[in-house]
Design a protein. Structure first.
Length: 300
């Protein structure tokens, strides 16, 4: 590829730190991470919520076989589209991979566009298995009967820190905070401080890449057009009518192409919908990453 690496990446490669390369879909992260890994003899840990699925290669835009033969890539093809895969499962595998690479004296480059997965590595996750069933439904009913203001007041009485951060009209977050408190006996704000992440344990540098919005959208649309030419429809057709897991069903491309396969609309409409939904996803990615002040941004 012979891509010229930006100065912040070269600086990070010379430092004794884990390098995160993040940013929206289509910005060029994979190529930059690959070139960086070649430059320093490093290994790449994918931070992508959809590249974990074995049966989907084109739709998830996985690194090519040639790239994977030249640079070791981790967290690709680890689960079937029939299986659920969440941030907690990802974190366990990703941290194990990162620590293994470090033990072998190699550079770690974490690359991807999943903000939730990045946060899981950096900041950890508190255990959600302790959440008791039925609490959310009871709290939702209480909000309908007593009003959301009463529920926010209840939250303030048990978790002032969360109540001050959560908008009194944000029903979802109020109910979530109270659900955690009633299940665990601990305020969610306290549980967040108990999370076990890599941030603070290792030197870490996070570089976020972006482009002018018009250029980024043009790259996204060109990539999707290339996916259709590369056999995206055949890839989705090969999945058959098998039910996908809740997480796999969120992969952009499957739903849109299945609509075409089922005769709901034409091929051009499927491609148009995929481009539209990917642009919306890019906006959500940028919103998520922009909130994290640890990221050093570079415009390509």
């Amino acid at each position: 590829m012979n891509i010229s690496l930006p100065v912040p990446v070269l600086r990070a490669l010379n430092a004794n730190s884990i390098l995160f390369i993040v940013g929206p879909t289509g910005v060029g992260k994979s190529a930059l991470a690959f070139e960086a890994a070649l430059n320093c003899g490093g290994e790449i840990v994918s931070c992508d919520a959809m590249q974990v699925y074995r049966e989907v290669n084109i739709a998830s835009d996985k690194p090519s076989a040639e790239m994977r033969s030249l640079v070791p890539h981790h967290l690709l093809d680890v689960v079937s589209v029939k299986s659920d895969f969440n941030a907690a499962k990802y974190r366990a595998l990703a941290v194990a991979a990162i620590e293994d690479v470090l033990k072998r004296g190699r550079k770690v480059i974490v690359c991807g566009g999943s903000g939730m997965y990045m946060m899981a590595i950096l900041d950890g996750l508190f255990e959600s298995e302790a959440i008791r069933s039925g609490i959310r439904e009871a709290l939702t009913t209480r909000a309908e009967v007593e009003g959301l203001a009463a529920l926010h007041a209840y939250l303030r009485s048990v978790d002032v820190q969360s109540a001050e951060k959560i908008n009194p009209h944000d029903a979802r977050r109020i109910i979530r905070a109270l659900e955690v408190f009633e299940s665990t006996g601990k305020p969610i704000s306290v549980l967040h401080t108990e999370r076990d992440g890599l941030w603070g344990k290792y030197p870490i540098q996070i570089i976020g890449f972006t482009r002018q919005r018009e250029e980024l959208y043009a790259r996204v649309e060109a990539r999707i057009a290339a996916m259709f030419k590369a056999g995206l429809i055949e890839e989705v057709r090969a999945l058959g009518v098998r039910p996908l897991s809740g997480t796999a069903s969120g992969l952009i491309g499957i739903r849109e192409v299945r609509g075409f396969i089922n005769g709901e609309y034409g091929r051009d409409r499927a491609e148009e919908l995929m481009k539209l939904n990917t642009r919306h996803y890019v906006k959500r990615q940028l919103t998520w990453f922009r909130r994290d002040k640890r990221i050093e941004w570079v415009e390509l």
